[in-house]
Design a protein around this ligand. Structure first.
Ligand code: GLA
Length: 391
């Protein structure tokens, strides 16, 4: 049974009637431009064909009852509870409920109507795997409230509301990339976003190339605090570099050459973190003409370099991610392999010649399994369109 059928069936079971509406929003994979979105850099993600689906109806009040099928849990809260992060039973909102509640909070702060809903949702975006399961939940609920509230927002505005929910409500100081990709994805296209101007366009993915995602099946805790620390290091680097470059607003504003000249202003660890960002922004802009020309070989090389930089300079890889990337890179047909998203655990992204994907996936899975005893999930994925209301 597919997810749409599951949420419809569970909705009918729980609420005794068919849902009035359905919406969904995809996860994302990022090909290049990692940990640069909160440094005003360039990113190259794609929305993927794994998504969160929601079946929903208006509740007739400002009280929402949400059923999380995958977690076998439910939560009921009203708008007063949203503000105090408290469920109807007086208990603090459970962790998963903070994403929809944060979205409700953020939309209401924008002055939009957020009516209560009865909803059942489920997702095939693996949780905690660096494929933006949270952003896909936020964008799904954003779309649901858009339908019930009778307003409509441009996709980028919905993405910004989701980012605000994560930053100010959930406490994760993420950039805009994940919500952007989930809201603005386009079928069969990569996205290129300038995180400073928020201008974006799409880029072609050569016909004979597939994006393959390999999930290490490892998850880590405390990722949010490690992520927030990385962001703080980047901000510290900007503050210190401003001594010599007062006009510097973010690490987007310094070239690799200028950075090399001023690097001694920074403590060692801060220097490493900032160097990754400065070089990665430059790497991503070099990658644009490569993709436009269909030069996948050179693009893949940049993906490999990005992995090494995330591992050695930015410090967000992990033993399983390193192994997965190292095993993938020499397999025939693989142009490039690297960890994707926030890091520490979760998934790698691989660019693979289409005709080699089946063998590539088989060889990678069996080698990884042999070395770790862990069974990885491998997805041959399609770039997909962004969040939408289905009915
Ligand atoms: C997480 C964040 C994004 C981005 C990536 C790293 O996915 O949510 O904003 O910073 O990490 O590129």
């Amino acid at each position: 049974m597919d997810i749409q059928e599951t949420v419809t069936r569970e909705f009918t079971k729980k609420f005794g009637e068919e849902p009035a509406h359905m919406a969904h929003a995809p996860g994302r994979v990022n090909l290049l431009g990692e940990h640069v979105d909160y440094n005003d850099g360039l990113v190259m993600p794609a929305a993927i064909n794994l998504a969160t689906w929601i079946a929903f109806s208006p509740s007739g009040s400002d009280r929402s009852t949400l059923v999380a099928v995958d977690l076998h849990d439910e939560s009921t809260f009203d708008m007063t509870g949203v503000k105090s992060k408290t469920a109807d039973d007086g208990e603090p909102l459970s962790e998963w409920a903070r994403y929809p509640a944060g979205m409700a909070w953020s939309l209401q702060e924008k002055g939009l109507s957020v009516p209560g809903m009865r909803a059942v949702f489920s997702s095939d975006v693996p949780r905690g795997a660096s494929l933006s399961s949270s952003a896909s939940v936020e964008m799904t609920f954003g779309k649901a409230w858009e339908k019930l509230g009778g307003w409509s927002l441009p996709p980028m505005e919905l993405a910004l509301a989701g980012q605000r929910a994560e930053n100010k409500y959930v406490g994760m100081n993420c950039g805009i990339m994940d919500q952007f990709a989930s809201a603005c994805g386009e079928k069969d296209r990569l996205l290129l976003l300038d995180c400073r101007s928020l201008e974006y366009r799409t880029l072609p993915l050569p016909e004979d190339v597939a994006i393959v995602i390999a999930d290490t099946s490892v998850r880590r805790t405390l990722v949010t605090s490690a992520y927030n620390q990385r962001r703080a290091s980047c901000e510290e680097a900007v503050r210190l570099l401003q001594q010599k470059m007062p006009a510097l607003k973010s690490l987007r504003d310094i070239t690799v050459e200028e950075f090399n000249r001023l690097a001694s202003l920074l403590p060692q660890e801060t220097e490493m973190r900032a160097r990754h960002v400065v070089v990665e922004i430059e790497r991503t802009s070099r990658a644009i003409p490569m993709l436009e020309k269909g030069d996948v070989e050179s693009f893949g090389q940049l993906m490999n370099e990005c992995h090494a930089s995330l591992r050695d300079l930015f410090g967000v890889s992990g033993p399983e991610l390193d192994l997965m990337a190292r095993l993938a890179q020499p397999i025939p047909g693989c142009y490039g392999a690297r960890q994707t998203g926030g890091g520490f655990a979760g998934c790698t992204v691989n660019l693979v010649k289409k005709e080699c994907t089946v063998d590539f996936s088989r060889i990678l899975s069996s080698q990884y399994e042999k070395q770790t005893g862990l069974h990885p999930a491998v997805y041959i994925c399609q770039a997909s369109s962004g969040a939408s209301i289905d009915y």
